[in-house]
Design a protein around this ligand. Structure first.
Ligand code: ADP
Ligand code: ZN
Length: 366
C-alpha cells in the first residue's frame, strides 16, 4: 500500500502526518511507532455519523496491538463544541481512568478534532493527542495545533495550542463524506495552491476529474501538498509575523458571508470559495494582480463544484460592515490578502473600502 508521510517541523513537538488508503487498519503499529506505549489507555472521541462506519475498525486495530480502548460518541455538528459536551468527554476520560501516559484520539472532522484536542490539551494539564481525520477539510485543521470549543458569546473563544503526536489520514474514509462536504474540503486544498504554489494549481486543474472521484493515490498527494503548504507557513510564522495571515485568503469575505447566513446556508468551504473569487476581482481592479487571475481562480473552483457567485440574499453593505468588524479596519481602509498571481498572495494593509464595496455591488448585480 502506498503511503505519503510528511513531518510538521516544530522542534521537540514535531510530528508526522501519514496519509494513505486503508491506514485505519494499521493504526496499532503506527501508534506504537509514534511512541505511545500499549500499556496506556486510549479514548477515541467520534461523532454519530462517523462512529457506525469507522469506530469498530479503528478499535479492533488498536486492540489487536494491545491497547485498551474507550470511546465516546458526540452529536455531529458545531453545537458539540460546547462546554457541556467538553465536560461530558472529561467525565468519560476520568471514569475510564486515563492517566498522563494516555492519549486521546479524534476520529472525525474538524468539530471532533477541535473538541477532542481541547480535552487532550487540558486533561491533567495536557496528554497526547492523535488525529484520525475523516473529512477533507480536516487536512487544514490537522496542521497548526489550534484546538478550541465555543462559548455562547462566540466561536473558538476557549482554546489552546496543542500539537498532535501523530495524524493518521485514511483517505478511504473520505468516500462516505457527503458531496457538499467533499467540495468544501477541496476549497481549502485549492486555497493552499492559490497561496503558495502555481505548479500545484496546474496539477489540481489537470487532475480535477480524478481528484473529484477521490482517486486514492492522487488524493493522498493533494492532501500531502496542502498540509505541506500550511506547515511551511505555520513554521515560518514563529519568526515572521505576517506569514500566517496569508492563510486568510478569501476568509475576510467568507467569514462575513458565514456570519450573515448564520452559519447555515453556506458552509465554510463555500463561503471562502466565493471570497477567493472576490479577492481576485478586487486585486485585478486595483491593479496588483496579473490579468486572468480572477478567471483562472473561478474556473478552478468550479471544477471542484464550488460556488463562485455572489450569495444573492446578502446586501453588500451588510457584508462590508461585518468585514470591518472582523479585521478592525482603520480609517476607511481594510486589510485584505489578495493575489498577485496564481500561487502568490500578499497582505495589503490599506485597501480602499469604497472600492471593495463597488466590486461587491457589481457582483451582486445591485
Ligand atoms: P469539518 O469541519 O472537517 O468539515 P465536521 O466535523 O463539521 O468536519 O464534519 C462535517 C460533517 O460530516 C459532520 O456531520 C460529520 O458527522 C460528517 N462526517 C465526517 N466524516 C465523515 C465521513 N467520513 N463519512 C460521512 N460523514 C462524515
Ligand atoms: Zn478556512
Amino acid at each position: 500500500m502506498k503511503k505519503e508521510t510528511l513531518t510538521v517541523e516544530l522542534g521537540e513537538r514535531s510530528y508526522p502526518i501519514i496519509i494513505g488508503d486503508g491506514l485505519l487498519q494499521q493504526a496499532g503499529p503506527l501508534l506504537r511507532e509514534a511512541g505511545l506505549a500499549p500499556a496506556s489507555k486510549l479514548l477515541v472521541v467520534t461523532d454519530e455519523n462517523v462512529a457506525p462506519r469507522y469506530l469498530q475498525p479503528l478499535k479492533a486495530a488498536l486492540e489487536a496491538a494491545g491497547y485498551a480502548v474507550h470511546s465516546f460518541v458526540i452529536g455531529p455538528g458545531e453545537q458539540s463544541k460546547s462546554l457541556a459536551v467538553y465536560e461530558a468527554v472529561m467525565t468519560e476520560a476520568i471514569s475510564a481512568g486515563l492517566d498522563r501516559k494516555s492519549a486521546i484520539l479524534a476520529l472525525g472532522g474538524g468539530v471532533v478534532g477541535d473538541l477532542a484536542g481541547f480535552v487532550a490539551a487540558t486533561y491533567m494539564r495536557g496528554i497526547a493527542f492523535v488525529q484520525v481525520p475523516t473529512t477533507l477539510l480536516a487536512h487544514d485543521s490537522s496542521v497548526g495545533g489550534k484546538v478550541a470549543i465555543n462559548h455562547p458569546l462566540g466561536k473558538n473563544l476557549i482554546g489552546a495550542f496543542h500539537q498532535p503526536r501523530l495524524v493518521l489520514y485514511d483517505t478511504s474514509a473520505i468516500r462516505t463524506l457527503p458531496e457538499r462536504e467533499r467540495a468544501a474540503g477541496f476549497a481549502e486544498v485549492l486555497k493552499h495552491g492559490l497561496i503558495a504554489d502555481e505548479s500545484f494549481v496546474s496539477w489540481l486543474e489537470a487532475n480535477a476529474e480524478k481528484l473529484w472521484q477521490l482517486d486514492s493515490e492522487l488524493l493522498s498527494k493533494a492532501i500531502c501538498r496542502g498540509c505541506e503548504v500550511k506547515a511551511s507557513i505555520v513554521s515560518a510564522d514563529e519568526t515572521e509575523q505576517n506569514q500566517r495571515a496569508l492563510l486568510n485568503l478569501g476568509h475576510t469575505f467568507g467569514h462575513a458571508f458565514e456570519a450573515l447566513c448564520e452559519y447555515s446556508r453556506l458552509n465554510h468551504g463555500e463561503a471562502i470559495s466565493i471570497g477567493m473569487c472576490l479577492a481576485a476581482k478586487v486585486a485585478e481592479r486595483i491593479g496588483v494582480a496579473q490579468d486572468g487571475v480572477y478567471e483562472r481562480t473561478r474556473q478552478l473552483l468550479r471544477q471542484y463544484q464550488l460556488p463562485t457567485e455572489w450569495p444573492h440574499a446578502l446586501d453588500p453593505k451588510d457584508v462590508l460592515e461585518v468585514m470591518k468588524r472582523d479585521k478592525k479596519a482603520v480609517g476607511g481602509k481594510l486589510a485584505l490578502v489578495l493575489p498577485r498571481a496564481i500561487g502568490t498572495v500578499e497582505l495589503f494593509a490599506r485597501v480602499d473600502e469604497e472600492l471593495v464595496l463597488t466590486v461587491m455591488k457589481e457582483e451582486a448585480g445591485a
